[in-house]
Write a protein that binds this ligand. Structure first.
Ligand code: ZN
Length: 220
């Protein structure tokens, strides 16, 4: 296997090329189905909510071979899920209660810059407050993480813990717990995407009820 230090060339991308690209996209889509946009304009019923990293290399649709209308997407730096995030809660509420999605998938990715930054003692500015959430995840698993000598390996393990924490945190919300209480089919999953291979790893931490939550987080 050959390794290269080259990164993906983006020099052909310009403001104008994006608008040209849009025309190509429309042309291709209409060639396949002349009704394509008419149907999409009539409404959406995606069965999946995706919570992923803002990283440009992890676009929900492309890496799952899905199309517009098929995945409802929320992305932020390092796919952090915290209950004080009004943006995330609004997306979750709409996805669960209006769209009635069947799956919420939290997808991290190995080599995540946000996770790596959270492991340092450097100040990066306002983002430090966001990364604090990941530092808290580190604290919860410090014994296991500190024992991993290899820095990259340690970061990748923290990526996994951060996703698992997201699965936990989203399961603790009243939105998700009420959906389960009302018998709604809703599963929460944790995945990690590998930039090097393009493959997704299922962390197998799926939740379909609040049975596994610590007592104090369970709503009656
Ligand atoms: Zn990332």
């Amino acid at each position: 296997m050959s390794t290269s230090n080259q990164i993906h060339d983006t020099s052909h991308i310009s403001y104008e090329s994006l608008l040209e690209g849009n025309k190509i996209f429309v042309g291709r889509a209409l060639k396949e189905d002349p009704e394509y946009f008419t149907k999409l304009a009539n409404g959406q019923k995606p069965p999946v909510l995706w919570i992923g990293c803002a990283d440009s290399r992890v676009p929900a649709n492309q890496i799952t071979n899905t199309k517009p209308g098929e995945i409802f997407v929320h992305r932020n730096i390092a796919n952090v899920v915290v209950h004080t995030d009004m943006n995330m809660l609004s997306v979750l509420d709409y996805a669960v209660n209006v769209l009635q999605v069947k799956h919420v998938i939290i997808t991290g990715h190995y080599g995540c810059g946000g996770v790596i930054a959270s492991m340092t003692n450097k100040q990066f500015g306002i983002i430090d407050n966001w990364l604090r959430n990941i530092k808290d995840v580190y604290r919860l698993h410090a014994t296991e993480l500190d024992a991993i000598a290899d820095e990259k390996e340690r970061a990748d393990r923290l990526v996994e813990f951060n996703v698992i924490e997201g699965v936990e945190n989203i399961s603790k919300t009243s939105i998700v717990q009420n959906a389960w209480k009302n018998g709604q089919q809703l599963k929460i999953h944790g995945w990690v995407y590998a930039l090097e291979t393009g493959l997704i790893k299922d962390l197998k931490v799926s939740r379909g009820n609040n049975d596994n939550l610590e007592e104090v987080f369970r709503f009656a």
